[in-house]
Design a protein around this ligand. Structure first.
Ligand SMILES: Nc1ncnc2c1ncn2[C@@H]1O[C@H](COP(=O)(O)OP(=O)(O)OP(=O)(O)O)[C@@H](O)[C@H]1O
Ligand SMILES: [Mg+2]
Length: 271
């Protein structure tokens, strides 16, 4: 029997707010599940937008990521099914804003998520192929937990003027995490979001980013698409809300690219 495929843990992160982290976590997660991967989305943002966008109402968020990180509840217990087959989520709630204080004296305070994820599947549930962690737009203990747990950082980048400035900050954070908490942390890839082909600036930002980061930038580009922004208010990923729209199709292309690159990376290591 072939050895089970290891879980790939990706932190969806950018300290800049509103660049499409949550939208990417929800829709890349959905698209990966649609092409047959088992996916867990971890909502690490007290705003809880990923939970809302996937149709998990606040009143049903019984066990949250707070309970996992602070109280040691298991990932297997906390993960709930979504309407998307193959996609589970650990929801978040506003009570997470107390995490910093709760954990101020705790052992391995930056590794709480990593330790919890290491035990996934130990109760007999299947392990995931991908774990996507939706990070908050700030550098706090939650983000550090995400980056300590992750194999790679997936960076959504909005095609606008200050995109590269925000990136400098993120690269410093990643370096700092590598030096202190997680030497193995890689940059998984950068994905351009909210691309507007009628706007010359979008093309310019895309060219600049590709020049700086080369093939770390995914070929799939997520267009600005109103269907993408409407979907969360129906508690649905855009792929369920309107599969044919340009946004859904772009997230499907991204998912295929992520999987193909991952296969390639593993083949290189095995060789
Ligand atoms: N491709 C897109 N087309 C149109 N609107 C989009 C697209 N991607 C994201 N948006 C919208 O942009 C806004 C910000 O997106 P999102 O919440 O995903 O960003 P974020 O980085 O998670 O934000 P935060 O930093 O607050 O967590 C949302 O209103 C979202 O619906
Ligand atoms: Mg968000």
């Amino acid at each position: 029997m072939p050895a089970e495929k290891p879980t790939r843990i990706l932190a969806v992160s950018n300290q800049k707010g509103g660049v499409g982290k949550t939208t990417t976590a929800i829709n890349l997660g959905t698209a990966l599940a649609a092409i047959g991967e088992r996916v867990l989305l971890v909502d690490m943002d007290p705003q809880g937008n990923a939970s809302t966008g996937l149709g998990v109402p606040r009143e049903t968020r019984r066990i949250t990521i707070y309970d996992v990180i602070v109280d040691g509840r298991s990932v297997d217990d906390a993960a709930v099914e979504t309407a998307v087959p193959g996609l589970h989520i650990i929801p978040a709630d506003a009570d997470m804003s107390g995490v910093e204080i709760e954990l101020s004296q705790a052992d391995r305070r930056s590794y709480r998520l990593r330790d919890a994820l290491a035990l996934q599947g130990s109760t007999g549930k299947p392990r995931y192929d991908y774990v996507l962690i939706d990070c908050p737009p700030s550098l706090n203990l939650l983000t550090l937990n995400a980056m300590s747990a992750a194999d790679g950082v997936l960076v959504p980048l909005q095609c606008e003027f200050f995109a590269l400035e925000g990136l400098t900050q993120l690269m410093k954070t990643i370096d700092m995490v590598r030096q202190s908490l997680n030497p193995a942390l890689e940059i998984q890839g950068l994905v351009l979001t909210m691309y507007d082909r009628r706007n010359a600036l979008s093309g310019q930002v895309s060219a600049d980013v590709r020049q700086h980061f080369g093939d770390k930038v995914y070929e799939a580009v997520i267009p600005r698409n109103v269907r993408v922004s409407e979907a969360p208010s129906f508690g649905k990923p855009v792929l369920i809300y309107d599969l044919k729209c340009t946004g859904s199709q772009a997230y499907l292309r991204l998912a295929k690219e992520v999987v193909a690159r991952e296969r390639h990376r593993r083949a290189k290591i095995a060789a």
